[in-house]
Write a protein that binds this ligand. Structure first.
Ligand code: IMP
Length: 202
């Protein structure tokens, strides 16, 4: 437990460990919780835990991370897993997004593989999806956030990571957006806002 302060009133708040070593994700989630919840304070792990993401869905991977972090730190945790789901490819690369072109493939190689597969396709709609999983040793909660867009065949933009240069929303790729613009619409933000609401209700 921690104490927060809202309009001069002291409130008890819950400390939640973020089950990720990724600095971008940590910043994004901390900002959202800071803005939307005075009852929850996110913390970072003080040591690195490598969780092998070997499940068949992003939901199961998120759950695996939450359970492993909880058993290591014995604190409430929130974990996440994300992927890109292309409709005309039956949801590929999905849970395999980070290793679509092979086990240690670079972002450029993953993007190129997707472009090659879609070269002759007019239907290139896709969805970024994030699953967040909260676990405190008793209850387990999940939220999902999505962002709809279109895969383009010529990458544009220098910001972001992963599939951002080929994922277009309203005429702009995610890599052409500022981090703030991307955070406003991102799948991770949508999942986080839902998680804040769910935790505030429980
Ligand atoms: P993670 O599990 O959240 O690390 O995501 C798995 C993979 O999905 C990443 O390695 C990226 O290739 C892709 N991905 C997830 N979120 C994003 C995003 O916001 N932009 C671009 N690619 C993403």
């Amino acid at each position: 437990m921690c104490t927060g302060n809202i309009y001069g009133t002291k409130l008890e708040c819950m400390e939640i460990l973020l089950a990720t070593n990724n600095k971008n994700k940590q910043k994004e989630l901390v900002d959202i919780f800071f803005k939307h919840s005075s009852q929850h304070k996110l913390q970072f792990p003080n040591k690195k835990i490598e969780v092998i993401e070997d499940k068949l869905s992003i939901e199961e991977n998120a759950q695996k991370k939450a359970l492993e972090y909880f058993s290591e730190f014995n604190k409430p945790v929130i974990s996440d897993d994300s992927g890109l789901f292309v409709n005309s490819l039956n949801g590929a690369p999905g849970v395999y997004s980070s290793r679509f072109a092979g086990e240690h493939a670079s972002d450029i190689e993953n993007n190129q593989k997707l472009i090659d597969l879609l070269l002759n396709s007019l239907e290139r709609s896709a969805i970024f999806r994030t699953v967040l999983c909260f676990y405190d040793g008793k209850k387990i909660l999940y939220t999902t956030g999505e962002l709809q867009g279109e895969i383009i065949l010529s990458p544009r933009g220098l910001n972001g990571f992963g599939y951002d240069p080929i994922f277009e929303v309203n005429g702009k790729t995610l890599a052409e957006m500022t981090p703030e613009e991307k955070s406003e619409i991102s799948h991770r933000k949508n999942a986080s806002i839902k998680m804040v609401k769910l935790l505030n209700e429980k």
